[in-house]
Design a protein around this ligand. Structure first.
Ligand code: ADP
Ligand code: MG
Length: 659
């Protein structure tokens, strides 16, 4: 059902909801609160002076707004609570004035000053009777918590009657219905309601997820692949052509790949390795073997920049051995494009490199034998076209820089074989990381100047412009101004953020790669795999806003050459947590710690999240549910119970040609 059909949702709000990834009524009712406010209403006679409390009151005199500065106002009004008449003040909420009708009952949240008989409110609520437990949602500009509460409530009044937990498990565990669960999770009356409803919603989410994994595993085990007849000495030929010695883990991965590719079963392998661990070389080996067996390979990167980067570095090595390699991008001229597509069709190209759109752009292959996907989640990539039309079953490989603890990897990547690259290439210097308070910013600027003098480049990350309703966040534009002042406007600064168009982003990245831009200020949109060896310093503002795994991935953009690199984490809070990064450069250790400290946190980083982020489940704290869901979904598949369930039939259709 469409969002617009819901009372209160117009085009404006619909657009805003879209940016929270809410596109349908189902999405909206599955936009779960991430926490709750437990409102404990007290009598004004019992609350302590100047301590946070919530009281009931009645408006007895409407409000007056005073402007203190242009962006700063105060609203004063009188209210009575029990027998005490209060002067209430609230800052920057002038818009509440119209709701403060004399005689209206409200909830005041804030601090009571007995001496002055005044109440400084941090919030005022108008819906007292209904909710003592208030859901709190992740927000964005223009969508307040109250709007979400209201619209979700409206949405829930529509007839929502889907229920994705198969009946046998719903009955087995005595789960409440989805409809009840949705109602309770969004407006619980007591703590137990939250527990009861979230359990069933978490199970639903994890069951579906594990169903996909288990089903993929099943179809993959049945899939016939390409049997290649390649001599073992091809390995030496490849290795001898490299400008460096491979690490121990790279060698193991290469062995894994060789064994996969000569077997008649289809390869379905994930190469999991920290940023900079050298996954591309390992991918090149697979491409090389595939080439020797007279098949074509396709390598897909998440962005054009990364595709170009791969094109350059891979051409240097595989081009020399004799492979014909082409790059296919959206920004190419049509004539050029068509020529490449024709070549592909005839099998004249051994390796095609492009973005994830590569396979869905009318491209056909003569003899496609290998598809490699770099830094991207899996379920989103639709390879249906080539696979169904051509009837071929290429081997598949994924490259991921998201180091996750092995136990979890085995479950959530349960359908894939795993090669883990832990050892870093030798000679690589560890990134020196320092946590700095904002008062120590001079040290950071000094260090920046030092690096700039060496003609090195710098990344500066700010968590935000997408989210500047929170006051302590440095917007990228603030930062630009500050840095311009600090360096007397002599340094070329570039800005990158999610609101730029793709071409604009690519242009700025290109300028940075070519060294025209010296300092790149960016939100986290900056690519995971970007490789600019001349950048030696990473400065991350408001670092406490990020999980350790994300910070580690961000800092992985430096230290990519043999220059000593530095990372400065600026923040005033959570310094202890961030110290983990000062101590370690090991992505697996860090993700383990992140897990310990924050639960799921941002285990999957920013980019990779994709289908791996859950709406309500948490891989760590809900691990027991995950295991149960894994077991149940396997049973569900093994006993072919899904055949009677149209919802799971549809999932199967969607994923059967993917992967
Ligand atoms: P990632 O795993 O992040 O994709 P890359 O494959 O881009 O890492 O490798 C990062 C850099 O390290 C590249 O410039 C690559 O040429 C280099 N590299 C890879 N393996 C080795 C090695 N064994 N010794 C030295 N340098 C290496
Ligand atoms: Mg890479």
């Amino acid at each position: 059902m469409e969002l617009k059909e819901i009372k209160g949702i117009g085009i404006q709000l619909e657009k805003k909801l879209n940016s929270l990834n809410i596109y349908s009524v189902e999405d909206l009712v599955e936009y779960y609160p991430y926490r709750y406010n437990f409102i404990n209403i007290e009598s004004i006679h019992n609350i302590k002076d100047m301590e946070p409390a919530t009281i009931k009151a009645t408006v007895i005199e409407s409000g007056k707004v005073g402007y203190i500065k242009r962006n700063f106002n105060r609203l004063n009004f009188k209210a009575i609570s029990d027998d005490i008449i209060l002067n209430v003040v609230i800052f920057n909420r002038a818009f509440l004035k119209q709701h403060l009708i004399v005689g209206k009952e409200i909830l005041l949240i804030g601090k009571y000053n007995k001496l002055k008989n005044s109440f400084v409110a941090s919030d005022i609520k108008f819906n007292i009777l209904e909710n003592k437990i208030e859901p709190v949602y992740h927000l964005m500009e223009g969508v307040t918590n109250n709007i979400l509460i209201k619209e979700i409530k409206n949405a829930l009044e529509y007839n929502i009657n889907y229920d994705n937990i198969p009946t046998i498990y719903r009955e087995k565990y005595n789960f409440i219905s989805k409809k009840d669960a949705l109602n309770l999770i969004h407006s619980p009356n007591k703590k137990e309601d939250i527990k009861k409803s979230s359990l069933c919603l978490k199970y639903e989410e994890l069951f579906e997820f594990m169903f996909k994994i288990n089903y993929l595993k099943k179809i993959n085990s049945k899939c016939k692949g390409i049997k290649r007849d390649i001599p073992l000495k091809s390995k030496e030929t490849f290795i001898n052509n490299l400008p460096f010695t491979l690490t121990k883990d790279q060698l193991t991965a290469i062995d894994d790949i060789y064994n996969d590719l000569i077997k008649p079963e289809r390869m379905n392998r994930l190469i999991l390795g920290d940023v900079g661990s050298g996954k591309t070389i390992v991918a090149m080996y697979a491409i090389y073997i595939n080439y020797l067996s007279k098949h074509e390979s396709a390598l897909m990167a998440p962005t054009e920049i990364l595709a170009e980067q791969h094109y350059k570095s891979i051409s240097q090595i595989l081009g020399k051995i004799g492979l014909k390699i082409s790059l296919l991008t959206g920004s190419m001229r049509k004539k050029e494009r068509l020529a490449i597509i024709a070549d592909l069709q005839e099998g004249n190209i051994d390796l095609i490199i492009g973005t994830h759109a590569l396979l869905s752009e009318g491209v056909t292959f003569k003899n496609l034998g290998l598809v490699i996907t770099d830094e991207q989640h899996r379920f989103g990539v639709n390879q249906r076209n080539i696979l169904s039309e051509k009837g071929v079953v290429p081997d598949v490989m994924y490259l991921s820089a998201t180091p996750i603890p092995r136990t979890y990897a085995l479950t959530i990547y349960g359908d894939l074989d795993l090669s883990i690259i832990k050892t870093k290439p030798s000679g690589r210097k560890e990134i020196i990381t320092k946590v700095k308070k904002e008062t120590e910013i001079k040290d950071v600027l000094y260090k920046m100047l030092e690096e700039l003098k060496l003609n090195h480049q710098i990344y500066v990350i700010s968590p935000l412009i997408e989210n500047n309703n929170e006051l302590d966040l440095k917007s990228v534009f603030d930062l630009e101004e500050k840095l311009n002042m600090a360096f007397n406007r002599k340094i070329k600064i570039g800005i990158l953020h999610g609101k730029l168009k793709n071409e604009e982003k690519e242009k700025i990245m290109q300028d940075f790669k070519e060294g025209n831009i010296k300092i790149l200020i960016s939100t986290t949109v900056i690519e995971v795999g970007i490789d600019v060896p001349n950048s030696t310093m990473m400065v991350i503002y408001n670092a406490d806003r990020f999980g350790l795994a994300t910070l580690h991935q961000l800092r992985g953009r430096v230290g990519r050459g043999d220059l000593q690199s530095f990372c400065y984490l600026i923040c005033n809070k959570e310094i202890e947590r961030l110290k983990v990064l000062e101590e370690s450069n090991d992505g697996f250790y860090i993700s383990e710690k992140d897990y310990e400290l924050r639960g799921q946190g941002d285990l999957f980083g920013q980019k990779q999240s994709g289908d791996m982020t859950f709406k309500i489940a948490n891989l760590k704290s809900d691990y027991a549910i995950l295991l149960q869901a894994q077991k149940d979904s396997k049973e569900y598949i093994d006993n072919e119970l899904y055949k009677d369930n149209s919802y799971y039939q549809k999932i199967i259709q969607d994923i059967s040609f993917i992967n």
